[in-house]
Design a binder for this molecule. Structure first.
Ligand SMILES: [Fe+2]
Length: 216
């Protein structure tokens, strides 16, 4: 009947997963867990989970992590075909989540990319959930034989120790409660273009051309 049947997934939301080489991850994780120990010394109550200071990228002890985030971000921007532009980490912090602790719905405002590196992702606490913000899609919800990225409202992405997940900062996400006796440890970060106001947010059209009626 048809010569062809094609589906074109338009306006896809990208989420990236990059896995570190095992030996790199092993020494990095050892160092990061040591830093958690040091940074947590003055934290009084850790039962409900806690977060470190949010400028870890400024500390020498996190130099290797900064390098890895930089390389991962560069790859992501290349995959998006973004024209080369300087970018920087604007915030980075570690999340320490013991048994029973998750993370409520949120996004990371005022940044272009965000990410999370998993230092310890115990069994059962090894996923991150992303939520479709296009509420219009919920008007008609037919029964599905199978939920796929095209129809799902929430996608649970499996993670593991040593993996770095990145996503657009506006994409809402949650973390399920940790069912494990083991604590879940991750390092989150935000990325923004360094010269955003100087090079990107100014109008791309020339007002002189517009005034002369040459542009629309
Ligand atoms: Fe987050």
């Amino acid at each position: 009947m048809f010569v062809s049947s094609q589906m074109m997934p338009l306006f896809a939301v990208p989420v990236w997963a990059q896995v570190l080489e095992p030996d790199v991850a092993e020494s990095l994780n050892e160092n990061l867990l040591e830093q958690v120990e040091i940074l947590g010394r003055d934290v009084p109550d850790k039962e409900d989970g806690w977060q470190t200071r949010n400028d870890l990228h400024t500390l020498d002890e996190f130099g290797q992590m900064v390098e890895i985030i930089g390389a991962a971000s560069k790859r992501v921007l290349e995959m998006l075909k973004v024209a080369p532009a300087p970018f920087e980490i604007t915030g980075s912090w570690m999340n320490i989540k013991p048994r029973g602790v998750g993370h409520p719905l949120h996004s990371h405002q005022n940044n272009y990319l965000s990410g999370v590196y998993y230092v310890k992702a115990p069994e059962g606490a090894d996923s991150i959930s992303f939520h479709d913000t296009r509420t219009e899609r919920r008007i008609i919800l037919p029964r599905l034989l199978e939920e796929t990225p095209l129809t799902a409202r929430t996608m649970h992405i499996p993670v593991k120790t040593g993996i770095l997940i990145m996503f657009p900062s506006w994409l809402q996400h949650t973390v399920k409660e940790n069912p494990s006796e083991e604590t879940r440890v991750s390092l989150a970060f935000n990325i923004m273009f360094s010269d955003f106001t100087k090079t990107m947010s100014i109008p791309e059209w020339d007002w002189l051309d517009t005034a002369a009626g040459d542009a629309d």
